[in-house]
Write a protein that binds this ligand. Sequence first.
Ligand code: PLP
Length: 404
Amino acid sequence: MSSSVIDFVATEARFGAHNYEPIGVVLSRGEGVWVWDTDGNRYLDCLSAYSAVSQGHCHPKILAAMVEQAQRLTLTSRAFHNDQLALFYEEIAALTGSHKVLPMNSGAEAVESAIKSVRKWGYEVKGVPDGQAEIIVCANNFHGRTLGIVGFSTDPETRAHFGPFAPGFRIIPFGDAAALEDAITPNTVAFLVEPIQGEAGVIIPPAGYFTEVRKLCTANNVMLVLDEIQTGLGRTGKLLAEQHEGIEADVTLLGKALSGGFYPVSAVLSNNDVLGTLRPGQHGSTFGGNPLACAVARAAIRVLVEEGMIENAARQGARFLEGLNDIRSNTIREVRGRGLMLAVELDPEAGRARRYCEALQAKGILAKDTHEHTIRIAPPLVITSDQVDWALEQLTTTLTQNFS
Ligand SMILES: *Cc1c(COP(=O)(O)O)cnc(C)c1O
C-alpha cells in the first residue's frame, strides 16, 4: 500500500501550489486523539490542526449535529433569517459574556472584520479624523494570511513580494507594556494582540502584562482586541486565555476549535459598541452565520463544556509540561506551555526541529515544527493521563537520541 502514499504526495506536488511543506504522512481517518494513515498506522495527533480539533477528531456529537443539520438546511445567506443563528448567538454570548457577535468563516476573516469594525468605531465613536486610525500590533504576531494581515507581519517570509500593504499599523514588542504606552496616540483605535503568541513558538508574556495592557487601553479609550483564535475555547486550560490574568477584552476573536474541526467557523465577539457601528450593507459574508456552521459550532461549544474538556486541558497540560521539564537533554533549550498549548524549543546546535518531528512520526506521534527550532505540542483536549505519559516516553527517547 505504500505506493499509494507516494501517489498522493506526488500528485499533490504536481498539481498543488507549493505553499506548505507537510510531514510525509497521508492521513485517512481520525478518532479522538488518534489519526490513521493510508497504511493503517496510528498516530497521536499533537498538532490538532493548529488547535482546530480540540474536541478530538470526528467527535460523535458534533458529527451528529452536522449530519442532522445538513439534511435539513445548509445555506440561506444572511438575506434571510435561519433557525440556528439566533441560538448560536445566544449560546456563545452566554458562554463568553459578550454582547454582540459577528459570525464569519476563517480566522483571518474574523481578524479583518475586527480591523474594519474598530476603525469604524474609531471614526464614528471615538472621533478620530477620517483616514487617520492607527492600530497597534506586536512583533512576531500571527493573525492570518490575508493581504491586510500580512502587511503588519514582521516575518519576512510572510510579507516578501506581497506588497504594497495597507497603512495604519504600528508594531511594538510583545510583552512590553511600556512600549504600548509609548505607541498610543490620540488616533489609536485598537491594540490587536494574541494572549500567547502561538505561531511564534508559544511565547507567553510576563505575568501582569495583560493587566497593564488592559489599564492602558481603558485609560486611552483604545479597544483591546484579543486574537483568541488559537488560545481560546479551552486550549490554555481556561475558556479564554484572558482569564489567566482576570481581564476582559473589548473584542475577542474566535475560530479554529469553534467548529471542532468540522467546518470553518469564526466569530468576532464584542462587549461594547464596536460591532454596533456596522450597518446593513457595510460588511458581510455569503457563508458567515449559515445554519450548518451554527449547528456545528453550537455542538462544538456544548461538548467542550459538558465533557469537561477545559478542565482536562488544565490538568493534562500541567502533567505534560511537568513531564517535558523532566526530560534531561542538551537538545532542549526551553520548554514552554499553558494548558495544552506547549512547545519545546531546541538548542540551535541540535539542528532543525523538523527532523525531530520526523523521528516522532516514526514513533507514532505527529507534531509540527515552527520557526526552525521549536516543536509545538497541542493534542486534542480529550487526551488522557495514560496518553500524555505515552507521548512523554516517545518525546524523551526522541529528544535524548543522537542524530549526528
Ligand atoms: C490560525 C490563526 C489565525 C488565522 O486563522 P485561519 O482560519 O487560518 O484564517 C489567526 N490568528 C491566530 C492567533 C491563529 O492561530
